[in-house]
Design a protein around this ligand. Structure first.
Ligand code: BDP
Length: 658
């Protein structure tokens, strides 16, 4: 095969050389998902124990049973074992499949067959990947090659599709949106005869692994496909057109879960054109797919992208809340609002979107990005689980308890059945799927975290390392440490204290301090000769007031504001004293020198793993570290020079600033 097996390349860990038999009890043996579970167990156990799994005839040491037990929670599983038997108990097919993968994972991580006892229920009902794949094969914000779903406007279904589905199921993903949210050109036709057969074929491969297929929808489809003059969601003809369309699409695609919609955002069509609200648009579509059990996932990434940079009051950070909060409770039951983790756009540091938990009567799910658009393009090492853990653990204060982001987006807080987590994915058709071999930790990690939000960043990192490499403990420790430090390091050498941006416009790799300063995107740092930062307090744009009182008060006051977000919320003089006793300007200098130096240390540590990871992996990652160090130097020097020139204040340590 021309691609790697990521974390499913089972290695013989031969902890006990047992022969295993396999039996299914209570489940429909013709179920494709159960067949997949069996198939995975057979090939996985063969890899791990280097012994064939036998059907229950013949002689064997351990009897493995996949058994239906109705008391187990939806998509959950229980593994029980003793010296002569192992059982995977679940109440549904997906639970059985996840149980099978859990067993293989535990064995690969060093457990013995007789030691596997665990019970898990997924934290989130929806655990999704969003592909930004275009039908010409390109990927918007893709850093690991071309699409493996689309090529020259055709859909590709092959062995790689199956492996992809296996990887996703192995970490608990149960929904995949196959096409870019910016639905243009050929992609608009995905809901027509032109593509039904192939979408169906693809969705069947996914369904074998318990994954539902979703499509991103063009809100203007009634115009572009239906020849109507408008796509007004309250127009009878438009509604009629969508009704017919939904009937046709769900008739042709039995495994379709529903649609994802980006409307009224960055030039995409939407209800605003007709003076309608986001709720009008989302509910209309919700109603037309409801008879088929379909859902509408409506993105909240709506803001004015043609704003005047001279205008200090219009604040892009406010937009999501301003557009969606007032309609809390108005969204229909099969509509979910998908909210980016921060109010801006996947920066290395942002506050948590106040819309999450700001809404209390609406289905909502969290959107994060593992494609490293703003976090190093899968060149720079940036393991994102620490960031996602912070997001999930954030206390919104939306109620007395059960109020964290994890509580809200899982549906636990307010009893929503439709809830969950989605990631903009980081895959492409590169041999190793993610460009940088180490970026696969984010792919693996997001899936694991969406299934079990209690896992720690470190547990996930260690699992991924054990499943991927065969390292001694000391080396596993080193690589774990590299992953765990990488986000902080990236943050240090890029834009300081939550201000974000300062990147090369459009491409978003490498520094350009003023690149977005005088443009239309609402992405400003407002640096002058005295200080830097955006005043989002009640005296500024008022964004801080969108949070519940406890957070609002903290963010509103520069003395109480968490320092990593200081410049996001306040315009701060360069001479401001931080808690460390350093001035702001000195902090900027120090953190940039440190960040670059630490990037070099990462590379040094990596070099010590030469010969311990496959040479191909070593070369691939080494090359990327060379680029990362170059990038870190550019960031360090441009940011430091910029602020030295603006402020005229020298570095106390007398280092070279250009
Ligand atoms: C931004 C990307 C842009 C996406 C947009 C989105 O730069 O390419 O279309 O997000 O989320 O991060 O829709």
């Amino acid at each position: 095969k021309e691609w790697t097996q990521l974390w499913l390349g089972y290695k013989n860990v031969s902890n006990d050389n047992k022969t295993v038999s396999c039996e299914v009890v209570g489940f429909n043996k013709d179920s494709q998902v159960i067949k997949s579970a069996l198939c995975e167990l057979k090939s996985g156990l063969k890899g791990i124990l280097s012994d064939e799994v036998v059907d229950n005839a013949g002689s064997y040491d351990i009897a493995l049973t996949i058994k239906k037990v109705d008391a187990i929670a939806k998509e959950g599983f229980k593994l029980e074992s003793d010296t002569s038997s192992v059982s995977i108990l679940a109440s549904d097919d997906n639970g059985a499949l996840y149980g099978a993968f859990e067993l293989l994972r535990q064995l690969s991580c060093g457990k013995k067959l007789s030691e596997v006892n665990v019970e898990k229920t997924p934290s989130n009902p929806l655990r999704m990947m969003n592909h930004w794949d275009n039908m010409d094969g390109s990927i918007e914000r893709g850093y690991s090659g071309q699409s493996f779903f689309f090529e020259n406007k055709e859909i590709v279904v092959d062995e790689r599709t199956r492996d992809y589905a296996r990887f996703m199921a192995s970490v608990g993903i149960n929904g995949v949106v196959i096409n870019n949210v910016n639905v243009k050109d050929a992609a608009t036709y995905l809901i027509t005869d032109r593509y039904f057969d192939k979408v169906k074929e693809l969705s069947e491969v996914f369904a074998d692994y318990g994954i539902k297929t979703y499509l991103s929808l063009n809100f203007a489809a009634p115009i572009e496909l239906g020849g109507l003059e408008v796509c007004d969601p309250l127009d009878e003809k438009v509604i009629g057109w969508w009704k017919e369309k939904a009937k046709e699409v769900f008739g042709k695609l039995p495994h379709l879960g529903g649609f994802l919609v980006k409307a009224d955002s960055e030039g995409r069509p939407g209800p605003f054109t007709y003076g309608r609200t986001q709720a009008d648009g989302a509910n209309m579509l919700g109603d037309v797919v409801a008879p088929y059990g379909g859902i509408i996932i409506w993105r909240c990434f709506v803001y004015n992208c043609t704003q005047d940079w001279r205008d200090y009051k219009t604040d892009r950070a406010r937009a999501g809340y301003d557009y969606f909060k007032d309609f809390d409770g108005a969204y229909h039951d099969n509509v979910i609002l998908q909210i980016k983790n921060g109010p801006m756009d996947f920066q290395i540091r942002e506050p948590i979107s106040p819309l999450i938990g700001g809404l209390t009567k609406t289905n909502q799910m969290l959107e994060v990005q593992i494609a490293q658009e703003y976090t190093g393009h899968q060149i720079d090492l940036c393991y994102l689980m620490p960031m996602f853990k912070e997001v999930l653990g954030f206390k919104t204060y939306c109620q007395k308890e059960n109020d964290t982001v994890a509580d809200v987006v899982s549906g636990r807080a307010f009893g929503n059945k439709l809830a969950g987590m989605a990631a903009v994915i980081n895959t492409g058709n590169d041999k190793n799927w993610t460009g940088n071999y180490l970026a696969a930790a984010n792919l693996y990690g997001f899936g694991r975290l969406s299934f079990d939000t209690e896992l720690s960043s470190e547990e996930i990192a260690r699992e991924w390392i054990r499943l991927t490499f065969a390292l001694e403990k000391v080396d596993e420790d080193k690589l774990t440490d590299m992953l765990l430090r990488s986000r902080e390091i990236y943050e240090k050498y890029t834009s300081p204290l939550g201000i974000g941006w300062m990147v090369t416009p459009h491409d978003h790799y490498g520094p350009s301090v003023d690149g977005y300063e005088y443009s239309r995107w609402g992405t400003y740092h407002r640096a002058d000769h005295l200080g830097i930062g955006v005043d989002r307090s009640d005296k500024g744009t008022g964004y801080a007031q969108q949070y519940y009182k406890e957070n609002a008060e903290k963010y509103n006051d520069p003395e109480k504001c968490p320092e990593e977000l200081l410049l996001f919320f306040h315009h701060i003089p360069y001479t401001w004293k931080l808690k460390t006793g350093k001035t702001l300007i000195q902090h900027i200098y120090d953190s940039h020198f440190e960040g670059e130096a630490e990037a070099e240390q990462l590379f040094e540590t990596w070099k010590s793993l030469e010969g311990k990871v496959p040479s191909e992996v070593f070369e691939n990652v080494s090359h990327r570290f060379e680029l990362q160090i170059y990038n870190a130097k550019e960031w360090r020097d441009q940011v430091n020079s910029y602020f030295y020139r603006k402020s005229g204040i020298s570095d106390q340590k007398g280092r070279k600033i250009y």
